[in-house]
Write a protein that binds this ligand. Structure first.
Ligand code: NGS
Length: 317
């Protein structure tokens, strides 16, 4: 009897220890992918500022400190207020005043029907950016019609608006994702970058190597070169895989930062209904890319409003 109890305890102990090891985030972070080492990040960035932006600051901003910032931000910031004295211009644009930024980034967020999440996202992101010394502006592109959500088409519309405003770097960003590490600099790398490679939802493991969704950074010139994203993906899924195949066809290899820097928190929400036609559309990805994208983008702009924290573009697709 005693012997049997001992066996039970031993067995439970082994199970518990195995679970702790398997579920520990650091364990998963070690199952990794190729990435740009920290000390090489600055050399890999595209140093370019928006065409019509100028700074009166006398010294250049320093990004060494940003890259080596060890802080992890708390997601409870979504419930808080903005830092006092953080002078965001109407339309959600900001640039540091005490140094000359080297990077101008447009953050483009496709959106519908998640007001609470958007509020939290905006407060969080502006607080996050305050530590990065970049020039940026947040564009929220809202689909106002009732057709299924078309994430990629909304991103194309945002990219056109951002390029018109002279931004050389586009960050295409889901509203349910929050970057946890201020070291994850929101500037473009020479190669398109998958930024959200370490998400809590996937226990900080990259689900597959070619994943290019969530939050990505791509130079405006490269986005034009690949004709943007496809306009044909209505409903959930596939449009990011399609984007990946466009990069592949243009010999543009993606890059990433290390898993720890690339940590994101994803808000939980009801899973979206997956649409079946996505597989079919995806199978013709390479045939369509030259005729489906920025060069075939058609929509009606219903209104554009400059809010204190973002530029709100409402569109009927
Ligand atoms: C793939 C989808 C992608 C999606 C990825 C991760 O299966 O669009 O899962 O999704 N591809 C297809 O459906 C063809 S996630 O779990 O992050 O919502 O991005």
């Amino acid at each position: 009897m005693r012997q049997a109890n001992k066996k039970k305890i031993l067995y439970c102990g082994i199970v518990v220890i195995t679970l702790i090891i398997l579920l520990h985030p650091d364990m998963n972070a070690r199952r990794t992918y190729e990435y740009i080492e920290k000390e090489n990040i600055l050399n890999n960035l595209l140093e370019e500022i928006a065409e019509n932006f100028s700074s009166t600051a006398l010294i250049d901003c320093d990004y060494e400190d940003v890259i080596h910032d060890e802080t992890t931000l708390s997601i409870s910031l979504v419930d808080g207020d903005l830092i006092e004295g953080h002078k965001i211009r109407e339309g959600g644009e900001y640039a540091p005043s005490d140094c000359k930024p080297k990077y101008s980034t447009a953050i483009i967020v496709p959106y519908r029907d998640r007001a609470e999440q958007l509020r939290g996202f905006l407060v969080y992101m502006h607080t996050f950016f305050h530590r990065q010394h970049i020039h940026y502006r947040i564009f929220v592109i809202e689909q106002v019609d009732s057709r299924p959500f078309n994430r990629a088409k909304l991103l194309n519309i945002g990219a056109v608006a951002a390029m018109k405003a002279g931004y050389p770097c586009l960050v295409l960003h889901d509203v349910d994702l929050l970057p946890l590490k201020p070291a994850n600099l929101y500037a473009c790398t020479e190669r398109p970058r998958h930024m959200s490679s370490s998400i809590n939802k996937f226990r900080f493991v990259l689900p597959y190597l070619n994943l290019f969704g969530g939050a990505i950074a791509i130079g405006s010139r490269q986005y034009k070169e690949i004709n943007g994203m496809s306009n044909d993906y209505y409903g959930w899924g596939g449009e990011d895989d399609d984007l990946y195949s466009r990069l592949e066809a243009h010999n543009l290899k993606l890059c990433r930062f290390e898993p720890d820097t690339s940590r994101y928190h994803m808000f939980t929400h009801r899973p979206e209904r997956k649409t079946e036609p996505r597989h079919k559309v995806l199978s013709f990805s390479k045939d369509r890319m030259s005729s489906d994208g920025l060069n075939s983008l058609k929509y009606t702009e219903v209104a554009t409003v400059l809010h204190p924290l973002f530029t709100h573009i409402m569109v009927d697709l």
